[in-house]
Design a protein around this ligand. Sequence first.
Ligand SMILES: O=C(O)CCC(=O)C(=O)O
Ligand SMILES: [Fe+2]
Length: 956
Amino acid sequence: MSSPSKETEEPTSTSPPEKNAASGSGDPGASAAQERPPAKRRLSSTVIEISDTESDDSDVCAVKSYQASADEVKRIRGTEYSSSSSSSDYSSDSESPWEDDSILVEDKVHSKLVKAQLNPRAHRMDDPKFNSLLKSQELKTKLINHWSEPKDYSSDEVTLTCDPFRLCLLHDLLENPEIINNIVDDMNTLDWSRKKMDLYEFHQTTDLANLTWQRSIRGIYELLKTEVMSWVSEVTGLLLTSVSASCSLYGPGDHLLVHDDMLADRRIAFILYLAPTVHSRALLNGTNMESKRGWCGWEERLGGALELLARDELGRAAAVQRRVYPRNNMLAFFRVGHDSFHQVGEVVSLELPRLSINGWFHGPEPPDPPALVPPPPALLAPPAPMLRPHSDVVLLNQWVDAPYMSPRIRAQVQSQMERASEVCLRDVLLPQRYQQLLHALARPGTYMSFVYLLSAVASAVADIECARGVLRDVLLPQRYQQLLHALARPGTYMSFVYLLSAVASAVADIECARGVLRDVLLPQCFQQLLHALARPGTYMSFVYLLSAVASAVADIECARGVLRDVLLPQRYQQLLHALARPGTYMSFVYLLSAVASAVADIECARGVLRDVLLPQCFQQLLHALARPGTYMSFVYLLSAVASAVADIESARGVLRDVLLPQRYQQLLHALARPGTYMSFVYLLSAVASAVADIECARGVLRDVLLPQCFQQLLHALARPGTYMSFVYLLSAVASAVADIECARGVLRDVLLPQCFQQLLHALARPGTYMSFVYLLSAVASAVADIECARGVLRDVLLPQCFQQLLHALARPGTYMSFVYLLSAVASAVADIECARGVLRDVLLPQCFQQLLHALVRPGTYMSFVYLLSAVASAVADIECARGVLRDVLLPQRYQQLLHALARPGTYMSFVYLLSAVASAVADIECARGVLRDVLLPQRYQQVSSCCLLLRVQSQI
Ligand SMILES: O=C(O)CCC(=O)C(=O)O
Ligand SMILES: [Fe+2]
């Protein structure tokens, strides 16, 4: 469980500090300089560019970057020397193909001086200085004593903590912290490669030993190798002989999972955090966007803590015990050993990358390793019984079909994995193993486990015919029948919401899922899954899971074939480009948006919108659609259509009556922004605000939340510009309970004792964060106490709705799933009387009557989706929708649709429509049938030809 090793972790041996490292022939960098890569010079307007190792065009980036360097050198020289050579001339004429102005050419002292004058960067102060306060003998003696005892110590300069293992923080490593700006500048010129595995995701450079042409970085490297290393050696009493280090960059979502750094002769791990408070650029990971905002150092809310984990009785990593957040100019170091379990929490900053220079001091093993940190018993004792099934040696050739075992194929698979992080292996299992697996899945009691469910459902929506085949073999007969039955229901589509609720249930009990998966998955898969579930900061959000699984089943090559035929050429190129982005998963949503684009003929959309939108909105839309790289993505499409049907004037009328005056003004203001569309989400949040009486919500929350949480919430709600949108409300509540300690308090009071114990147990899992979904389910549990919920709901809901809810809550095995929670809370805060008022003004009279009717139907909940669809219907003038659809749909479909719309209580919700279309295109064979009837003839021809292609491909 060492940390991700560098591609070349070759510690350089220490050399004495040299006055001019660049010219010293004994400099270890000198050998590297002979084969140094093209120097990069950052143009003043660029930001950190990440040339991804997974990307095929990283070479191109390097070349471009080199060209830019050469051009700039030419520019500088051109003024001074009146050289007329082009940049390419410069490249070929130079004595070394690698030459540039930032590397001083050896044995040319004269030109060195001239260059130092010509190079504006030569005037920069590039020598980092070790903080002289740290050199105090008194301080060192104290530290030596405290380190060996071991005992905590704290002063202005240093903090040493000993639990769960010794970690020393030097608060101000450099006496001249201004140089950190130079270092960050220099980082802009580096090649960053993406490190991505199940254990980590971040960007890293090569070893600093190879970075001899970035002066400030070279300076830091020299300092680390000399003064810092000998200081650390003195304090820790360890013989340290060399250093290996690199620069790391963690963008949004990046993290590094628990590991102990134990590898070869690493003795001390260190991290120098770089988070200067003032900088002209904000660095946006992977983008070239430039922001004028300054840096604000690092803050806890940005995530990315260095987290130290305790050990359990078997010596395995247990709970996070200490978190240290990056601070500019702070060096953290700790001894590498059996106890040094640590990780980097997920970075949640969208603005700033987490930057550091980190690595290890190496040295010989000390003569007698301290008794203080014995190797974990797990390493000495036989494996614990619970792990035994997974520690079996798996002979691949007993599971995997022979062709996959050939070195050539394995090499191909590996290189595909390294390139794309995903690979699709067909018929990978030996037939008899496959049968065994099927058999295992068929065991009574084995239910639709999480992954299995996901893949089943994903398959189900991806190709219904194929899914039937899969499911027939895999599902218990009665489940299969149920599923078929469900799929066969007229008008039933496995809508997104459906999928969500199925999966939500599946993931609702992780412990149980583990049990299921342990029996079903191959051991190594199970381990990977456990790992994934344990990832710190990994929000096992639903979308994430879906996108992972969707990626797993979505063969990109195949998708390309489909899309090539359907999309307009330039859209297809854009899509390819997007798909080529490293780390890009063809997530479910993504796929939807791709397909949505595929079937959405812009010309056709124009026709629809021209008739529906106010002229100026239509113009804005055209304008937006014309933007290069603009995809008519799902959300986009939604917002476009939402705009189309939402008459702003009408919305104003609604909101004027419902919102508090100042909120209404804020809203008008927002709507008046040029180019602002009343997008779907926006509309929702506006309407949600409209119907959510703040006072009422306060009443609900006052009773449910702990006083301090309630105060926090009030505070949040009082922020200017804050809308109490539904999503917002959730996130507010989520924030309120986000502090685990606080949540415990809340939950202790709210949950039934055994539920509370289960929750504590779950929270205590190593690396478990209260992820979003998790948090929701925790909160859901918190409010799930039926007694408590009764109190809340009794006051809010209409009597008959309340009775229905009680009834639902009393169902055995009912989880307050996400959707469920939403609908419960939505019901709770949505005063039906108030909603009536809103809708009475907005809906056509007959719709309003239908709605009232629907709301009182037994079993009807004013769920979120329902509410949405009600409101969506409310603002969508059915007459108008008819007009739109009459022109777009084939007559018989239009009649069917009208018929459907005419069903009592049926609303043409957006989600519904989308999911219908999504389903329609999800199974090409099936889609043919659907599309033949629905699509214009020429579109149908296009889709048909891609079906053919698909079939041909799948036969290959
Ligand atoms: O950046 C950090 O805080 C720790 C990095 C780390 O543990 C590693 O790279 O091995
Ligand atoms: Fe580490």
